[in-house]
Design a protein around this ligand. Structure first.
Ligand code: 9YW
Length: 416
């Protein structure tokens, strides 16, 4: 066996805390939502039972209203901030109060395909959980029915300190009721992490929503950060397609019709976010009404769920090539060379294996198999050279952030 494959499986085993996988030891000692979806797809390649367990354990944290939280705090740990006492969500199984990109149903379809016929019984409760979550997205995060879902916290994007939030986040006060006692910078170099000011604003938002009792309608009203987001909607639409497929397979015709209508709404809304002058798709800041023009990876993720017209696809892929030119590792999360580009600082420039995974699938969907193959090789080479780091400096190739990282291991297994 390829020694890297072996190593990837060992990382997933080492990060197992009893049917769920922590992203990495100490820095992230709980179960994270979209990490677990990627990890489940990794497990599906060699241990289908464990793959299902990963999703089942995540769903233990699902709220009555359908939201699947971004963190499920199955067991206490002192190595992460903010913990359950800051979130104050009062759930039997402690969780955070916000969500994360809905990769779940994409994973569920992959698991079902890997398990083969006869696995319907096991996916049924997971299918129900996904359906409830998708309904939550459309009711709680798109109450006006625009087709684009909104984030109320940068952590919900999974791209915490992306330049995409710079303008919207600047309106959020830095004052907090909760002392900000960061733990992350004790594990990882502070230069690779979000800044203190970002954390103060992140916690200000947590305080605000906790004061709303985590009621979605109250939060929507009080939110000082509200972005109708293109990457999340693109993922939701792909997951929606997979959910519709599963609904039909399970004989749930009414569900399938309902999901198809939501998918259609998102598809049309996303197309309207194409900006030919930028050669990217854009999010919308719902507080100012402005386009989010920051040059980040999010603008390319619609490849994953749209069958683009040739002209649009050509422009988008040409722009991707401009961004990747002369880099050691593609694909950068911020356009190289612009003022907000920081090649080592988390979501402000580095390349991430799971983002590449989404882009590779999107490029293939749109017929760009050669470009997808280049990106696949770049990702594999980065991991084989530097190890299973959280992310990579695209200029030097250096592995950064947490090490022995679960989703990088899962991505390797999937892409290799
Ligand atoms: C946080 C676990 C998570 C990822 C996010 C990433 C980071 C920090 O780590 O979040 O405190 O939640 O930005 O995408 O799921 O790997």
């Amino acid at each position: 066996m390829n020694t890297h494959t072996d190593q990837a499986k060992r990382i997933l085993a080492a990060n197992d805390r009893g049917g769920y996988t922590v992203p990495t030891d100490r820095l992230y000692p709980f179960q994270w939502n979209w990490d677990s979806a990627f990890v489940a797809m990794g497990f599906a390649l060699y241990d289908i039972d464990r793959a299902y367990r990963e999703l089942e354990r995540l769903v233990e944290g699902q709220w009555a209203d359908g939201m699947i939280p971004h963190i499920v705090f199955h067991a206490p740990s002192e190595t992460y901030f903010p913990g359950p006492n800051v979130w104050r969500t009062n759930h039997t199984i402690p969780t955070s109060g916000i969500t994360q990109p809905p990769v779940f149903a994409i994973a569920l379809r992959k698991l079902h395909e890997a398990a083969g016929k006869g696995a319907e019984e096991r996916i049924l409760p997971l299918y129900e959980a996904a359906l409830k979550w998708h309904r939550w997205w459309y009711s709680a995060r798109d109450p006006e029915g625009t087709g684009l879902v909104a984030l109320l916290h940068p952590w919900e994007s999974g791209s915490d300190n992306s330049p995409a939030w710079d303008i919207a986040l600047a309106r959020v006060p830095t004052t907090t009721d909760t002392p900000v006692v960061r733990k992350d910078t004790g594990h990882v170099d502070a230069d690779m992490r979000p800044r203190d000011e970002d954390y103060r604003r992140f916690i200000h938002l947590v305080d605000t929503y906790a004061a709303c009792g985590w009621d979605p309608a109250k939060q929507w009203e009080k939110a000082s950060f509200k972005v109708a987001e293109i990457q999340t909607t693109a993922i939701l639409l792909k997951a929606g397609e997979d959910l519709e497929h599963l609904a039909r397979l399970l004989g749930r015709t009414e569900d399938a019709i309902e999901i198809a209508a939501l998918n259609d709404r998102s598809r049309r809304a996303m197309m309207a976010q194409w900006r030919p002058d930028l050669a990217r798709f854009v999010s919308r800041d719902l507080i100012s009404g402005d386009d989010v023009e920051a040059a980040t990876q999010a603008g390319f993720i619609p490849l994953l769920s749209l069958d683009l017209d040739r002209q649009v696809a050509e422009a988008l892929v040409s722009e991707m090539k401009v961004w990747s030119k002369d880099l050691k590792v593609a694909f950068p999360t911020t356009k190289p060379g612009i003022a907000s580009w920081e090649p080592k600082r988390y979501w402000r420039g580095p390349a991430w294996a799971i983002i590449n995974w989404l882009l590779i699938d999107g490029l293939k969907r749109n017929g760009y198999t050669d470009v997808a193959e280049e990106l696949r090789q770049s990702t594999i080479a980065a991991i084989e050279t530097e190890g299973f780091a959280e992310y990579f400096d695209p200029v030097t190739g250096q592995g950064c952030g947490g090490l022995g990282f679960s989703w990088t291991a899962a991505a390797y297994l999937w892409l290799e």
